[in-house]
Structures are given as structure tokens and as C-alpha cells.
Write a protein that binds this ligand. Structure first.
Ligand SMILES: [Zn+2]
Ligand SMILES: [Zn+2]
Length: 332
């Protein structure tokens, strides 16, 4: 039987290819991009560290004429984007480019987990998660570290760099919120925006407050959306789902979504002072899946934090608890 190797590979512009790789969550696929320049290929994101996924990358390079991998640029260090980095990049292999705010997340998350697991446990407890559940949730990080082979960044990005990706020049756009050092790549000449998880056609990317996040991720995320929409890209190429044209419309929908959620949380807090776990339960009800529970708490916290930053909610902290209280007369 002839093995189909190129079905997942689509040319989206001259010398730029989208490759869809399997992942065990979200819609089951992550989109990575190959940029061809002569015998070299630059890659944006690399999928998980699994043989099936790596075989697809290798067969794609072969089908393009046995190209050599030159750069690996990673939008952020989540397993579906960064997982195979350690296989593809490093000494004698491709150079890894990563935003510098992602660099310090790698070791605690994927290599030396103990300290982060302990930090997350404390964070769950002060936010009201019952002890037994907190124990299980804080350990859920361990499973993810198995599908990630870390690599060291050869170049740490700040944002605003011009990079040659294949024969295309792109500008690095720092878009924090979903992850502290999340980047998009914008190719001004062709109007292509490679959006990673920052802009997705259907899903709302998870924006959470947790020990490794930036302090006000919702506002940062919305700022980034506005900056990307202002480019009026011809086409947005997301890491999940299909490409889409209406960046402005999508940014407006996301903004409305987050504002609605903040309003709902303010309404929930009308019942009185609460911890974030209680707010998350009110918002989403009890979740079955452990991973979803943690995401729900992180999302709820991100919106509570945004409300506190805006002066609509009071955040009350002690070593034991973090509690939230609605302000009766919100500041303008
Ligand atoms: Zn992500
Ligand atoms: Zn993703």
C-alpha cells in the first residue's frame, strides 16, 4: 500500500505550507507551518513529541525535496506547539527561536516539576479548592511533561524582530495572555498573520491566572487582539481550526466574550464575598474532568483579576486565602 504522506500538507502561499499534526486534545489537530528557502526550511511550531507527529514532519520535508530544517520558531511552550522541540532543535540541528518570557517556564513545567507542583498546590488551596482535589489537580502537570522534549533557545525574542522565514520576512508580534511569551508572526507584504493560539476561528483560547502566568492576562490578551486586528491581515492562519479573513470581527467577538464573562462574575459576586473556586463553580457548574476544573479556576481567576485591576472588584489576600468582593460603587 502506498503510504499517503502529503495529505496533511497544503501550500497556502508561494513556498509556505501548512501541516496539520495530530494531538490528543482540542479539535485533535495543531497546524504548523513550513517556509521553504532553497534547500532550507524554517518551521513555525512543531507539534507534540510523538512518533506519528514527527513522522509527518519528516515525510513533509522529504516530499518538499529533502529539505534541511534551519530554524524552529515556537509561538509558545504548550505541548502541542513546543513538544517535539528537543528532537528537531539543538546542537547540530535547527536553531530554536522562543520569546524570552517562555524560556523560564520550560524547566519548572517539563523538567524539574516538584517545585511547580508544590506552588500550584498552594495556589489551589488559597483559592478555595478542597484539599483532596487540590492534591490531584496539582499533579496533573506530570502527564503533560511526557509529550514534551525540551530544547534550549538559540535566540530569545523580545518581540518586534524581523525574521526571515523561508523567503518571507515576518515581524515577531509579542501577544501575551494565553501564555506570557506568546508570539504571532506577521508578514506585512502578503498580509498573512500566523496567529498561534492567540486568534482561533471557533474556540476562545484559555486565558488563565496561575503561578506561571503574567499578572493581568485578560487585559494583555485583549490589547494584543486589538494590535493584531489593526493590521487588517488578509488572512489569519491559526494553530487550531481553519484560516479565516475577518480578524477585526473575530477580535471584537473575543472582546465581547471576555467582557460578558466579567459582567457575569460581577453579578455572581452580588451574593457576597467568595473565593475563586466558588465563583468558578457558579460560572460553569461542577466539571467532570480534572483538567477542565483547573482550567475553569484559572479562567475565573484571570477575569477576577481583570475586574480588580479595573477597580470593579476588591481582591483580599492573606497567606491562607484569596477572596473577592464586589465594590458597590465601581470606579469610573
Ligand atoms: Zn496554547
Ligand atoms: Zn494550542
Amino acid at each position: 500500500m502506498v503510504k499517503e504522506t502529503t495529505t496533511a500538507l497544503t501550500e497556502i502561499a508561494q513556498g509556505i505550507f501548512e501541516l496539520r499534526l495530530p494531538i490528543p486534545f482540542e479539535d485533535g489537530l495543531v497546524n504548523v507551518f513550513l517556509f521553504v528557502d532553497g534547500d532550507d526550511v524554517d518551521l513555525l511550531d512543531c507539534g507534540m513529541n510523538s512518533e506519528e507527529s514527527l513522522d509527518l514532519i519528516r515525510s513533509s520535508l522529504a516530499s518538499l525535496g529533502h529539505k534541511r530544517l534551519r530554524k524552529l520558531v515556537v509561538t509558545h511552550i504548550h505541548p502541542d506547539h513546543y513538544g517535539a522541540a528537543g528532537v528537531l532543535a539543538g546542537p547540530g540541528r535547527a536553531d530554536l527561536y522562543l520569546h524570552r518570557l517562555e524560556v523560564p517556564l520550560v524547566n519548572p513545567r517539563y523538567v524539574e516539576l516538584e517545585q511547580l507542583v508544590a506552588e500550584v498546590l498552594n495556589y489551589l488551596l488559597v483559592n478555595g479548592v478542597p484539599a483532596e482535589e487540590a492534591e490531584i489537580l496539582s499533579n496533573s502537570q506530570r502527564a503533560l511533561s511526557q509529550v514534551v522534549a525540551p530544547a534550549e533557545a538559540a535566540v530569545q525574542l523580545d518581540g518586534a524582530e524581523t525574521l526571515a522565514m523561508g523567503a518571507t520576512h515576518v515581524r515577531v508580534e509579542w501577544t501575551p495572555g494565553h501564555s506570557p511569551g506568546h508570539i504571532c508572526l506577521y508578514a506585512a507584504e502578503s498580509g498573512l498573520l500566523f496567529a498561534g493560539d492567540h486568534m482561533l476561528p471557533e474556540l476562545s483560547p484559555n486565558i488563565g491566572l496561575h503561578p506561571q502566568s503574567t499578572p493581568d492576562p485578560v487585559h494583555e490578551y485583549l490589547d494584543g487582539l486589538e494590535r493584531m486586528a489593526a493590521y487588517e491581515p488578509r488572512l489569519v492562519l491559526p494553530a487550531h481550526g481553519r484560516p479565516f479573513a475577518d480578524a477585526k470581527g473575530r477580535a471584537a467577538a473575543m472582546k465581547a466574550h471576555h467582557h460578558r464573562r466579567m459582567d457575569r462574575i460581577t453579578a455572581i459576586l452580588a451574593a457576597g464575598e467568595m473565593n475563586a473556586w466558588q465563583v468558578a463553580l457558579e460560572l460553569w457548574g461542577p466539571r467532570e474532568q480534572l483538567y477542565e476544573k483547573r482550567l475553569a479556576l484559572q479562567e475565573g481567576l484571570a477575569h477576577l483579576q481583570a475586574l480588580a485591576v479595573e477597580g470593579r472588584v476588591e481582591k483580599l489576600v492573606t497567606p491562607e486565602t484569596v477572596r473577592w468582593r464586589r465594590l458597590s460603587s465601581p470606579k469610573a
